[in-house]
Design a binder for this molecule. Sequence first.
Ligand code: CU
Length: 594
Amino acid sequence: MESNVVVLAFRLIVPFKKYLSIATFLAALALWQQPIHAAETAQDVCPRPQAGSVVAEPTDLRSQNGVLEVTLTAKNAAEDGGSVRYCYIDAEGHEAPNLRVNPGDEVIIHLKNALTNLASTTTESPHIHSHSPASGGPCASGIMSPISVNLHFHGMTIPPVCHQDDVMRTSIQPNDAPFEYRFRVPADEPPGLYWYHPHIHGFSKQQLLGGASGALIVEGMERAKKEVAGLPERVFIIRDQDLVNPNAPPSKSEPVVPKFMADKDGDSTNNGTGFGKPAKDLSINYVPLPYPDYPPATIEMKPGERQLWRVLNASAITYLNLEVLFDRAPQPLGIVAMDGVPLNQNVAPGDSVNVQTHLGIPPGARIEFIVQGPPEGVNALFVTRTVDTGPGGENDTNRALAKIVATQNAPEPQSKLARSPEPLPPAHEAWLGSVQPVRVRHLFFSEKLADPNDPASAVEFYLTVDGETPKMFDMNSTIPNIVAEQGTVEDWIIENRSSELHAFHIHQLHFLLLEYMGRPMSENFLRDTVNVPYYNGRLLSYPSIRVRMDFRDPNTVGIFPYHCHLLEHEDKGMMGTIRVEPSTSQSPAETANK
Ligand SMILES: [Cu+2]
């Protein structure tokens, strides 16, 4: 069955021509990220494992008596190649800890900004504003610089206000006092994998590439999916980063990419072959997987053991297409949740576990699935296959993430799901698919060269409400692009008029994918990030998706963004804002209570 979008979204479309280059922008960025000569190295500040290491689980920080209180410090340091590492460190020095909470818990995070300005003192850095009391403080300044920091709790239905999940104005500067985030996990937040990352517009890509991200887990998956009760669980965070060996030729074991498909800087734009130089290196729980040989990390499991794998694509721009291979044969993976939402919670009885052999995951998305470990002695790999991102997209190559080693001596995973869980109460809201939308909106992704006559000029990125003139998102704009009303649901049709993939994401809520490329979908789960296929120049209409947006939760009231989750695109303008106004009518439930 190809009806599942996990498969559909990545059906190969043969690229025809490539013409967009991001190299100019990358080079310009690198110019002011000059290495500093300080006693502390990047390895001291944000330590990272060696290539080939055993994949270690991030440290678990669990809520106690209904409260999770942690201190996170944002740090950075220049690497030799000119890239900058970023990390969030907890009070004990653990990098990117897993924040584990229960529905209804209170979360308190003291966020300290210990970022240093790594720009050369002789070069003026772009967009860096000095912080002064006049700027309004962390809740109002809106300062967006490479040394500003904040937190977005991706996927969580919590209010878009300062100290909770606002990213439009909230910005903490290096000299600010520790900033307090304090919010309550909604009692009905679906159990699953969410994540935290900085959302400093203009600098998101750079901070994510540097490694600033971590997992936020709402406990209780076993209460929604009895199939995972008692299973050991693993959290795998796939991040991307600048190439460690940017000038290396491809590995000799790879087929040669025909010259006409290679980009002028090597291979960093999509050549459609699955080989050649990728746009970015990947890492798994910070174990680097550097081009050109991609030495895999190591995952140890007991032979034949079943585990729940929770995989977060925390990449800034790299798509994943995950597979588990035993002696080169793809293995069945039992999907239980997407984007933090368990499958089939609200609809009529049906398949509870969706079995697939490959899993397409756009940047920002998460997938949780049951894996059975290999028997001892079998050559097993966890890989990502190439993704055709379109002629204008990045080259996301085939590569191994980890070899899976079956051994009786494998350590017990540090976290296990409860064996006899109490089932979750039934949802109190109607399934989104059965609610009548109050309106249909049309939006589109598009791109334009800043100078149409110069193919080397910068690319501008737009996400536009149909009927308006495309323009790059302006952080200073106070007029929302869309106004909606709490308590309603809307259908949005989102087109892609560009020659590369984009990943649509909206804060504060989940949506239901109704149509993909004009074909109706029957998904029994919700998403917060979805791939939008690219235009190949030959189709009679632009590729599109149709999603049902859910504004029923009172926590969606306020102003928040929607954007492309390829963060280079977001940083360069592919974003808009929505204002959800309080409901003007009483909900049927409120009326019934009177
Ligand atoms: Cu995009």
